[in-house]
Write a protein that binds this ligand. Structure first.
Ligand code: HEC
Length: 262
């Protein structure tokens, strides 16, 4: 009796294992193939102040024309990133802004809608809502597509309204796709699966320089999403040290209180 129970248990376990094994690849295919670009990471570090300074300059030079950082003030950036006031006024402030102002964009939402069909979102919290990796991948995966009004499309946000604003730096790469035919619910569809990027129109930067440019820009956006982060991380070490020392004193105190109680 016990033996046969045991045997049927093993058989059931095998069936479950097999079912999981068979269904796993099917499930993976349903959510689309995993492509190499989805693993790209900026490798940034919010405690690297020099990188944040470069990122701030990149943002003001290449992004602030369309995107705001409406929860971040210029003065806060200058203070956190050790940027002297004179330099901040020369390099960061948009014309007409004061150092106590929030970083807004001169582009009005109505103009943006008319020109791009979509208003560029505020980027204060973009790395927190979509992740730093996502922003990096978005900025790295523009490719030439003459059928689009902007002349480019994007792997991370297909059909995006944003033009490739860094094309002078990166160039405009070509994307190679494999076309596969699939039948979904009885109807045939063709699917484009990305295979690789190939050199197209060249830009001013090498591939490594462009990655470094993005690393700094994404780093600054990650800082903007949580200006206190670098301080929080360094403060954390002190909090743990304090707790360790406090534990020691609490233990000594307990020994003292209980020494006569047997
Ligand atoms: C010429 C205007 C313009 C400039 C300059 C610009 N963008 Fe954009 N950006 C847009 C528009 C328009 C959208 C909305 C795209 C959409 O939703 O299809 C957008 C969307 C985005 C998004 C959100 C994507 C998403 O998934 O919703 C990110 C991130 C972004 N831009 C980053 C940048 C960065 C970084 C720079 C500077 C290097 C920059 N943009 C410069 C117009 C611009």
């Amino acid at each position: 009796m016990v033996k046969s129970l045991h045997r049927s248990f093993v058989a059931a376990a095998l069936v479950v294992a097999l079912a999981v094994g068979i269904s796993a690849p099917v499930r993976a295919a349903e959510s689309g193939p995993h492509a190499a670009w989805m693993d790209w990471q900026p490798g940034n570090d919010v405690t690297n102040v020099a990188s944040l300074q470069r990122g701030a300059a990149h943002f003001m030079g290449y992004c602030a024309g369309c995107h705001s950082l409406k929860y971040v003030r210029y003065a806060r950036v200058a203070e956190d990133l050790n940027i002297p006031e004179a330099q901040m006024e020369k390099l960061l402030l948009l014309p007409g802004s004061k150092k106590g102002d929030y970083i807004t964009t001169p582009l009005s939402a109505a103009d943006a809608e008319a020109w791009f069909g979509k208003a560029p979102p505020d980027l204060s919290l973009i790395t927190r809502s979509k992740g730093s990796d996502y922003v990096y991948q978005f900025m790295k995966t523009f490719y030439a597509d003459p059928a689009r009004p902007t002349g480019v499309d994007n792997l991370a946000l297909p059909g995006t309204a944003m033009p490739h604003v860094l094309s002078a730096l990166q160039g405009v790469q070509e994307a190679k796709f494999k076309v596969v035919e699939k039948t979904v619910d009885g109807s045939k569809i063709t699917e484009k699966i990305w295979e690789s990027f190939e050199a197209g129109e060249p830009g001013q930067l090498s591939a490594e320089e462009y990655d470094a440019f993005l690393r700094d820009t994404v780093n600054f956006l990650e800082y903007a999403g949580e200006p206190y982060k670098a301080k929080r991380l360094s403060l954390g070490v002190w909090v743990i040290l304090f707790l360790l020392v406090f534990t020691l004193f609490a233990y000594l105190l307990k020994q003292e209180y209980w020494k006569d109680v047997k």
